[in-house]
Write a protein that binds this ligand. Structure first.
Ligand SMILES: *[C@@H]1O[C@H](CO)[C@@H](O)[C@H](O)[C@H]1NC(C)=O
Ligand SMILES: *[C@@H]1O[C@H](CO)[C@@H](O)[C@H](O)[C@H]1NC(C)=O
Ligand SMILES: *[C@@H]1O[C@H](CO)[C@@H](O)[C@H](O)[C@H]1NC(C)=O
Length: 448
């Protein structure tokens, strides 16, 4: 009896003398919500795996307790009902896995999957929100998780009909920092040469930790490509590595650093990288992907069935030709394959001619040398302008993602020329002329 009598007045005194606002603010300092943005930048059945990765990421976050309303998904959504899909209405991220498409809330689909909308989502764009579209609404304590899967090249990632440059992406991240849109942010990025999206540009003091599937010079790799019934790859090595790792771990105990080490082990063909504020890697994965215990639901990879992401369309056509018993079908596929190979050869030769012409315009001395070296990219801002010119006047790299493979040559030219505004403008005009001469006026359609 006696202790109650003394304690109760003390508690009462405490709460009475502490203003409510102060109590609430001390609570929210310790508290955060998780908000996530998941993006597949491709369309078409041969790119099945990017949307499969993103759907799987959605399931990982939901299974670990992140509320659906806190997750924003951008995916073209042409896979589940694709005429080539052997399991209509379903998407798999592993040959024996479960359907990852079920229940995914799709916020941006089809032609809404653009770099502008992605950057608008990140920046909490009011115009998008006014149109009823979901955008990040996170505040200074919140934890933001961003995952992107698609094709890439030096300082670029692809969207279905466009590209996003490293300069524009990092500007948006800095904007988010300056506008207190997160306490901590983790970015997982799957794409060829994905290290180049953050190398020499992502600041290391704005509470952002990023990991990428590959270095700035490597391709990334598709996996689960030995699934004959599907005729496409179901996942990507780095992505499947983190997704299956999250499926099978207690995310309240595993740190981002431990997940990264596991991902490095599982990614056999490229070298995943870390960028930004690496001290954040000591935090638990659950702080970004949710802390609820989740049952392990997906098979772990045990076969080496990886294919260079850039070769997937060729390898898949080749395998279909070998496996069909129908001579007429084989002939159709063979014609498709030859058209694709011819398109790629045309592009390779054209890029050489464009670089040679730019060298003869005085921007380099030896085209062969430009094409056989790789300078690290520092001047992301100027390079971004060059890629936009290439995108608008040469080749739509969103559609013809294979062209991204050659963009390093333009990064080399940017790095070896100290462009001023006027010399850059002259260069952009010369680039447009060279593109017209060697690509545009040839009207080549099937490069992919
Ligand atoms: C796929 O087809 C089903 C059944 O016809 C339909 O209900 C659904 O809306 C379609 N989904 C898409 C994304 O087209
Ligand atoms: C999927 O299941 C089949 C049959 O059960 C098995 O032969 C195959 O090895 C499994 N594949 C994977 C990747 O687990
Ligand atoms: C695709 O991009 C081109 C510019 O490269 C534009 O003219 C066209 O309208 C875009 N198509 C769609 C469907 O957005």
């Amino acid at each position: 009896m006696f202790p109650f009598l003394t304690i109760f007045p003390i508690l009462f005194t405490l709460s009475a003398s502490t203003p409510l606002a102060e109590l609430l603010s001390s609570k929210s300092n310790a508290d955060y919500s998780i908000q996530a943005v998941l993006v597949a930048g491709s369309n078409e059945y041969f790119n099945y795996r990017h949307q499969a990765d993103v759907c799987h990421a959605y399931q990982v976050l939901r299974n670990h307790g992140v509320p659906a309303e806190n997750i924003i998904v951008m995916m073209y959504d042409d896979i589940a009902n694709n005429s080539e899909n052997p399991y209509p209405g379903k998407i798999f991220n592993a040959p024996n896995g479960s359907d990852v498409y079920a229940g995914v809330s799709k916020d941006y689909t089809g032609e809404e999957v653009t770099p502008e909308n992605f950057l608008g989502v990140l920046k909490g764009d009011k115009a998008l929100a006014a149109k009823g579209k979901k955008v990040l609404t996170s505040g200074p304590n919140d934890h933001v998780f961003i995952y992107f899967s698609d094709h890439g090249g030096t300082g670029l990632v692809a969207f279905p009909n466009d590209t996003l440059s490293s300069d524009d992406l990092n500007k948006a991240l800095v904007y988010m920092h300056d506008h207190e849109m997160y306490g901590k942010l983790t970015f997982y990025l799957e794409a060829c040469e994905s290290g180049s999206m953050f190398e020499n540009i992502l600041p290391d003091n704005i509470n952002i930790y990023a990991t990428t599937a590959s270095s700035s010079e490597e391709s990334s790799y598709a996996c689960y490509c030995d699934a004959p019934k599907f005729g496409t790859c179901l996942g990507d090595e780095y992505s499947v590595a983190w997704l299956e790792d999250s499926d099978s771990h207690d995310l309240t105990k595993e740190t981002l650093a431990q997940q990264f080490q596991d991902v490095v082990k599982q990614t056999t063909q490229s070298t995943p990288q870390q960028f930004g504020q690496k001290s954040l890697a000591s935090l638990e994965v659950g702080q970004f992907q949710g802390v609820k215990a989740s049952r392990k639901i997906y098979a772990v990879r045990h076969s080496s069935d990886s294919v260079n992401a850039r070769d997937v369309p060729l390898v898949m056509l080749d395998r279909k030709i070998i496996s069909t018993n129908d001579a007429a079908e084989a002939a159709v596929l063979e014609k498709k394959l030859q058209t694709l190979i011819a398109g790629r050869r045309f592009l390779e030769v054209s890029i050489k001619k464009i670089i040679s012409q730019l060298c003869s315009n005085g921007y380099c001395s030896d085209a062969q040398q430009v094409l056989s070296t790789r300078r690290p990219l520092f001047n992301h801002a100027t390079y971004s302008k060059v890629t936009k010119k290439f995108q608008s006047s040469c080749l739509n790299l969103g559609i013809h993602a294979h062209g991204m493979k050659f963009m390093y040559a333009f990064a080399n030219i940017v790095e070896s020329n100290k462009f001023t505004e006027s010399t850059l403008n002259r260069f952009l005009k010369d680039l447009e002329r060279a593109c017209n001469d060697h690509i545009v006026y040839h009207g080549f359609k099937a490069i992919i």
